[in-house]
Write a protein that binds this ligand. Structure first.
Ligand code: ADP
Ligand code: MG
Length: 251
């Protein structure tokens, strides 16, 4: 459902994403894990057609990003790290706007949306989006993404603005979506999040995919099964991030 070949993005001299080869199947929850600045957001922007690669190829649902970008955008949903929404709309107006854009069946979709909004405790749809916190926007974006029942859902650091209970519910919803055949691609800089939520993990550091597999695979390939996950991750991404990661594990 997601294939990249040699996917590369440069910013001047900096190679933010370096010859990335990914392959994610239908029904998989894939975690793209790496320290800050590793290239996760840049990758997700390219995969969702928001940013052009410097070189390399992207296929989503068997469609090429160069030739079928609009069709790809119809089939995917994205929860960006900094949700940009229409500040002058109320939440419920924004939801209706999205239903119009994607020409979704109003009755059916509203019912589904209400169920999702209910589990996430979204009770602020009558207020203007300009008054929402980051977490409130993020929850609404998650609910809208789930409401659309996309073939592939991309989430960039989805748990950053979410409280623990909402993160747990997000995990449950993503599992149900994956069981129904959707593909989930999410980034995180928090090891625990990847471990709890993902079937398979790719570790990116300085733009390069340095390890990939299930958590068990990753442990086995490091040959140090007694290692804690944190130690494993630190070993793979070098030692410089220890403080940052110890800190983030407490999130
Ligand atoms: N628009 C941009 N212009 C220049 N450099 C950028 C831009 N976007 C990202 N970068 C750089 O690319 C690298 C990867 O960034 P990013 O993909 O946001 O990392 P992550 O999401 O893993 O924290 C960083 O060094 C970042 O500073
Ligand atoms: Mg990022």
């Amino acid at each position: 459902m997601i294939v990249t070949r040699g996917l590369t993005r440069r910013f001047g001299d900096l190679v933010a994403v370096d010859r990335l080869n990914l392959s994610v199947s239908s029904g998989e929850i894939y975690g793209f894990l790496g320290p800050n600045g590793a290239g996760k957001t840049t990758t997700i922007k390219m995969l969702t057609g928001v940013m052009k690669p410097s070189s390399g190829e992207i296929e989503i649902s068997g469609l090429n990003m160069d030739s079928a970008q609009m069709e790809i955008k119809r089939r995917i949903a994205v929860v960006p790290d900094e949700p940009r929404m229409y500040d002058n709309l109320k939440g419920n107006e924004f939801v209706r706007f999205i239903m119009d854009i994607y020409r979704l069946d109003k009755r059916q979709t509203s019912k589904r949306f209400e169920e999702i909004a209910d589990t996430f405790g979204i009770d602020y749809l009558g207020k203007y989006i300009s008054d929402y916190s980051h977490g409130m926007k993020q929850k609404l974006m998650v609910a809208i993404a789930l409401m659309r029942e996309p073939e592939v859902i991309f989430l960039d650091e989805p748990t950053v603005g979410l409280d623990a209970a909402s993160a747990r519910k997000l995990k449950d919803w993503l599992k149900v979506m994956a069981l129904n055949g959707a593909t989930v691609f999410m980034t995180t800089h928090v090891l625990e999040v990847a471990e709890k939520m993902c079937d398979r993990i790719g570790i990116i550091d300085n733009g390069t995919l340095i390890a990939e597999g299930s958590m068990d695979d990753l442990r086995a390939s490091s040959g140090k099964s007694e290692y804690s996950l944190e130690e494993l991750f630190l070993e793979l991404t070098g030692n410089g991030q220890r403080e940052e990661f110890s800190h983030n594990l407490g999130d």
